[in-house]
Design a protein around this ligand. Structure first.
Ligand code: H79
Length: 603
């Protein structure tokens, strides 16, 4: 059937329509690309699904800076290796000499992918261009790239192909800040006489967009575009939104980190309130102290020593245990771990890195089920880390509790059974003080983290539980349970302590339930670095106060117990304890407070 029809339009109306059509065409041309920020939470969740399932990725920071490797003209340059151009104030005219030396003859992308995959990593993010502006692929937009080196050919496409062949997602880091581009604004402060520099951010944005098109269309489909270097004032919210929409218009399924826009809150990395572009938060070198509401995505990126780009003098390697515990800690809070590798100039990974990834991989082989595709712990407080899935809880034991019992306070699900995930050995489930508990043996099966698999009915869920007095009469007030009142106070899970004391009205508060009235000795457990000592601390329970002056505990990692005095609690029921203090002017923090203990005075 022919459904077309004709209407006759009078001549004057035709002129009006013609003008209207013209105006519409102009409006369309000026219209920004589709507004991709406006997808629904469900659409976003679908796009983010592979990312949350993956949990663990490899960051690769590689470029010209791997050649000096932290040393310039015979001098060791402090700071992170990929910032050497900035830290050693190297003019571009000198730095670009490195292009003639860059020849990673031992580069083997298949081997890199094998190492990542054996470590249990599910995606790779590599620096396509870092702040120094050097490009690791053969870009049509510049000669400041790998094609101009003795190596002479693209490094990224072979890695992308190898990654995808192995089932890993390929992702690119791309720095907005650029110390080389003739139009980038501002020109680096240490290189003010650079000839031919003409600041023009619009021209620079055109360059970025052309390069990003090369990466997405030439090497895609990609997993993530990982922007960085967004903090200079010439990069604006409007430019960020526009770049986000541009990148998504090239590949709608792509994930873009929050450093595309101006919403990142410092190194803590989460996105501030507002209409900022970017799909997820990017804490750098730190792990958030707790999980976030559903629909908030994040990924902590971290180095294995103290540098991203290779530095030959940096031997400050984190231990395998530390790295595995960080991965577990992050997963227990619903985030991803992006662990960095700084390859050497010859194209190989430093052996310290290969060893660590190998060991992490051995742990992941046995325990990966407790990481991939899990969501954050359902417990508001639990000494152990924990992840969950429908029908299953994974409890990650770092240290064996002295009681030999792992309690699951407030868990509402029926427990079907418990066992060590790695060995399958069954564990006894019992009840302890009204809470489900699991008895674990003297010897833990894993030196790093031992995982208990707990089978339950349904999705693990909990009810809030109060702090109650122990059978022995003591009351434990752990830092992890405290309410923090103060802008910079924070609880850190890895050190299991509260720091960031700034003002005298900063307060750390607990409510607890007392069964036996009486006199209680008040003890704090704290660490105080050398040089930070001398602060005053006070613990208040309603109208009674005990105080003390803090000595150093030797370091910020060594915890001491210190008794402050005795308080009389006259009645059973709800009480509140508050810790406040005054730090010395020069101290970084009053202390690192692990917790407060009330110990009954024997009568
Ligand atoms: O690529 C690695 C580093 O080279 C780069 N990001 C990781 C992934 C980087 N890390 N630190 N820095 C760059 C230094 C930047 C620090 C600061 Fe700022 C920029 C301090 C003040 C401006 C970021 C924005 C932190 C606070 C505000």
């Amino acid at each position: 059937m022919n459904t077309s029809f004709h209407v006759s339009i009078p001549a004057h109306a035709r002129v009006a329509l013609f003008l209207l059509a013209g105006a519409l065409a102009t409006a369309r041309a000026a219209e920004p690309a589709r507004e991709f920020r406006k997808e629904s939470p469900a659409e976003r969740a679908a796009r983010m699904a592979w990312f949350t399932e993956a949990r663990f990725g490899m960051f690769i920071t590689w470029g010209l800076y791997a050649i000096p490797a932290g040393e310039w003209k015979g001098k060791e340059i402090p700071g992170i290796g990929e910032w050497i151009m900035n830290r050693a104030k190297i003019p571009l005219s000198e730095y670009r000499e490195l292009v003639k030396q860059f020849n990673p003859t031992r580069y083997d992308p298949q081997e890199w992918v094998r190492i990542a995959q054996r470590a249990g990593m599910r995606y790779i993010v590599i620096t396509s261009k870092h702040h120094d502006g050097f490009c690791l692929w053969d870009s049509k937009e510049t000669d400041y790239d790998v094609a101009s080196t003795p190596y002479g050919r693209d490094l990224l496409r072979p890695l992308a192909d190898a990654a995808r062949a192995a089932g890993l997602r390929m992702c690119f880091y791309y720095s907005i800040m650029d110390w080389q581009h003739p139009n980038y604004d501002p020109l680096p402060a240490w290189d003010k006489d650079r000839p031919g520099h003409r600041p023009d951010m619009d021209a620079y944005v055109r360059y970025m967009k052309a390069q990003l098109r090369e990466l997405i269309e030439g090497m895609g489909p990609l997993g993530i575009l990982w922007f960085d270097g967004e903090w200079e004032p010439t990069w604006t919210h409007e430019r960020g939104v526009d770049l986000y929409n541009y990148v998504r218009s090239l590949q709608p399924s792509i994930i873009v980190n929050n450093r595309v826009d101006k919403g990142r809150k410092g190194m803590a990395g989460m996105t501030a309130e507002g209409e900022f572009a970017g799909d997820y938060g990017t804490p750098e070198q730190e792990v958030p102290s707790r999980s976030f509401p559903e629909g908030v995505y994040w990924e902590s990126c971290m180095t294995m020593n103290d540098t991203w780009g290779y530095k030959k003098h940096d031997h400050n390697w984190k231990s395998v245990t530390q790295l595995i515990r960080t991965l577990v800690d992050i997963a227990s809070k619903g985030g991803n771990f992006l662990l960095n590798v700084g390859p050497k100039a010859d194209g190989t990974f430093p052996p310290e890195i290969v060893e660590r990834l190998e060991a992490i991989g051995q742990w992941m082989e046995k325990n990966g089920e407790s990481i991939y595709g899990t969501t954050a712990s359902p417990f508001a407080r639990l000494r152990q880390r924990c992840t969950k899935k429908n029908g299953r809880l994974y409890v990650h034991v770092f240290e064996r509790p002295a009681s030999g019992l792992v309690t699951l306070p407030g868990l509402t699900n029926t427990i079907r059974g418990a066992k060590w995930l790695a060995t399958g050995a069954a564990l006894e489930v019992l009840r302890h003080e009204d809470a489900p508990a699991i008895r674990i043996p003297e010897l833990l099966p894993d030196p790093h983290v031992s995982t208990i698999q707990v089978d339950v009915d349904g999705i693990p869920a909990t009810l809030p539980v109060p702090i109650i007095q122990d059978d022995d009469g003591s009351v434990e007030l752990p830092g992890s349970d405290a309410r923090l009142e103060g802008a910079s106070l924070r609880y850190d899970m890895l050190s299991d302590s509260i720091s960031g004391w700034a003002a005298t009205d900063d307060a750390v508060r607990w409510s607890f339930h007392l069964r036996k009235p009486g006199d209680y000795r008040i003890e704090i457990e704290y660490a105080c670095a050398k040089g930070d000592e001398g602060g005053d601390v006070q613990v208040t329970i309603v109208d009674q106060v005990v105080t003390g002056r803090l000595e150093t505990s030797g370091s910020s990692h060594r915890f001491h117990r210190r008794e402050l005095g005795t308080i009389r609690l006259t009645e059973p029921g709800e009480w509140t304890a508050v810790v406040r203090g005054r730090k010395p002017e020069t101290a970084k923090t009053l202390m690192h407070l692990r917790g407060v203990r009330l110990l009954p005075v024997a009568r």
